[in-house]
Ligand binder design. Structure first.
Ligand code: XMP
Length: 321
């Protein structure tokens, strides 16, 4: 696919950092560049590499798309403040919900999110700032899955033949594209990011929209956001690769206080994996599963069923959308 993977065993972290900083300085020779920081490992590493190379010439934004976890914007901004990286929050909630309105097909959802990010938001930010470049944290697995046709990862453009300069008005720079997640984590540690960032479980670019089956609305995102909060709270004590909650479209008959309650279903997934290419469900102790069901059904009104996914990837994928 034209990109040479750097395997973990062949990665020399210091050499990689020096090379990427040099490359960034040689590419963005004058003017500013922008990057969007989501708080995930990949975009955090790119933010630090970018600031080391370009200093104040890199403008970093957190896009509040309304699809993120509880308290995420404040968490990311204050964490990077401590690292002397100023992050500006861009409120784009309404734009994302408008773009997702009425869409139920998974790939159409992904396309709507990609267009909203790249055409509308980043297009506007480069115009406002005069930037010619967007730095982003695409990794090797993102490219591989998109090219294989598994699912269109939100950040894949050039590898699908999209000319970002012609379509959106800027060029994209991807410093960690040769690395898998495990390699990006090593670079995060070498760059001095806190462990809570470089060890953070992966979170998809389309955010909680990747975990809502059927139409994505602000109300349905709120349900999955609450469920995610509970799942992360309970399963952070495991050493699993990734854990998540999914809101199903179909309702089922349940009961509460002796009466019929036709309510929502939440599915929990917890994965063992090293690179997200394959995965298997964690054999969670039953008392943890019990705790998940108890908290989700009591803390989220309207949820009457909690299931645990026991399927491997493949044929499952990690996210539902
Ligand atoms: P799937 O669901 O394809 O996920 O098995 C593999 C890994 O990628 C994450 N993921 C994404 N990451 N943009 C991203 O940056 C995306 O569009 C995207 N979709 C899935 C997912 O959380 C898992 O770690």
């Amino acid at each position: 696919m034209g990109i040479e993977e750097i395997k973990l065993k062949d990665l020399n972290p210091d050499e990689f950092v020096t090379k990427q900083i040099e490359k960034l300085s040689l590419t963005v020779t004058d003017g500013v560049a922008i990057n969007a920081l989501s708080g995930g490992v990949d975009s955090s590493v790119v933010t630090i590499l970018g600031h080391r190379a370009l200093g104040e010439r890199l403008k970093t934004y957190f896009i509040e798309n309304g699809l993120m976890r509880v308290g995420e914007a404040q968490y990311v901004v204050s964490l990077f403040e401590k690292l002397d990286v100023p992050v500006k929050i861009v409120d784009a909630k309404e734009e994302f919900f408008a773009a997702l309105k009425g869409i139920t097909d998974p790939e159409e959802k992904r396309e709507a999110i990609t267009q909203t990010f790249y055409k509308n938001i980043f297009g506007r930010l480069v115009k406002e700032s005069g930037a010619k470049y967007l730095l982003q944290g695409t990794n090797y697995t993102d490219v591989e899955e998109t090219i294989a046709g598994v699912k269109r990862q939100h950040n894949i453009l050039e590898q699908l033949g999209i000319d970002t300069q012609a379509q959106f008005g800027y060029k994209v720079i991807e410093p960690v594209i040769q690395l898998r997640k495990s390699g990006v984590r090593v670079i995060g540690e070498v760059l001095g990011l806190p462990g809570e960032i470089y060890n953070r479980p992966p979170f998809p670019g389309p955010a909680l929209a990747a975990r809502v089956i059927g139409e994505v609305t602000a109300e349905r995102i709120e349900i999955v956001r609450k469920a995610t909060h509970i799942v992360e709270n309970i399963l952070s004590e495991t050493s699993a690769f990734q854990y998540l909650a999914i809101l199903h479209e179909d309702k089922v008959t349940g009961m509460r206080d002796g009466k019929r309650d036709y309510g929502m279903q939440v599915e929990v997934r917890c994965w063992e994996s090293t690179d997200a290419v394959t995965g298997s469900p964690t054999r969670l102790p039953y008392d943890l599963l019990d705790k998940l069901a108890e908290r989700i059904t009591t803390e989220i009104p309207g949820v009457v069923s909690v299931t645990y996914n026991i399927t491997k990837k493949p044929p499952s994928t990690i996210e539902a959308v």
